[in-house]
Ligand binder design. Sequence first.
Ligand code: NAD
Length: 330
Amino acid sequence: MKIALFSCKPYDRDYFSAAFANSDYQLDFFTAACDEQSAAIAANYSAICVFVNDRLNADVLRVLAAGKTRYIALRCAGYNNLDIAVAKQLGFKCARVPDYSPAAVAEHVLALLLTLYRSTHKAYNRVREGNFSLFGLQGQEIRGKTVGIIGTGKIGRVTAEIFHGFGCQLLGYDIAPDHAWAQSLGLRYCEQSTLYQQSDIISLHCPLTADNHHMIDAQALKQMKPGVTLINTSRGGLLDTDAAYQALKERHLGFLAIDVYEEEGNLFFEDLSTDIIMDDLFMRLTTFPNVLITGHQGFFTEHALINIARTTRDNIVAMQSDSACAGLIY
Ligand code: NAD
């Protein structure tokens, strides 16, 4: 069977080639993102493999169906970029990688937070230049803070466990709470508004769905403590970036760390260092000393890449042979 992989980087080629070695599958790697223009590339490929910013809307799915593609393997956990209703209607089988390494993203939350709180990025440059002044490097401690976790699934749990180790009080909000787990960790589930009002640090770990777009908007931000720290490693659309920008200017939002951005499809995963970046809001955010942005790299560890490629292979085998697999989306 032939598989067309979209949005491929050299590391995708390496890890997927290794995972599919000695198999009968033919992998063809395309750098193009899957969208209305490029979807025709997949004509006569039984399966496609896509990533977080590939578009699987109704128009794209129709092109894929016309080209006789039957299986869609997302090499990521989130699937907000897939129009499930249309995919079902057109008879696609779709799978994702639900559990490749929750620790990869959870640990990135701490990497972002510790960088913001201790200015290690600034210290690194200063020391290399022989500047040992501590001016501007005064930090914040994590111990003793109240941390609110929104979405206590796989990644939210590992994040909560890490914060527990740091000596934090834990609050949680989830539409399907797991009280036994929460009790074992001392996490207290509460309403979203209580979490906003009482947390010093808020970390988002729920999926982006049709119901929670801009979950963190101006109104939500207003309910939060002055000086609150907000971390989004989940999906950009959960945060109204413009509202966050206003809250930063009003000095209400104390720190913002994001690994995802609602317009990231135009920016992330590419080297744009010689281009003129047209997204003024994004570029303005990069000028704030209390904002840290990474380009959707939470997943990007060796352990996670091995698991993503192997699970995607197993998903495709399972979809093709009509057997059960944990990654099936419906
Ligand atoms: P998961 O399915 O294990 O957990 C999600 C949790 O969110 C579940 O407990 C669910 O009940 C809860 N939830 C759903 N809707 C909610 C809502 N409106 N409010 C509160 N809680 C809600 O998923 P996971 O593996 O923990 O991943 C979480 C998200 O992290 C993914 O959906 C994806 O968007 C994101 N992610 C980001 C990266 C990255 O590289 N930055 C990598 C992997 C996943």
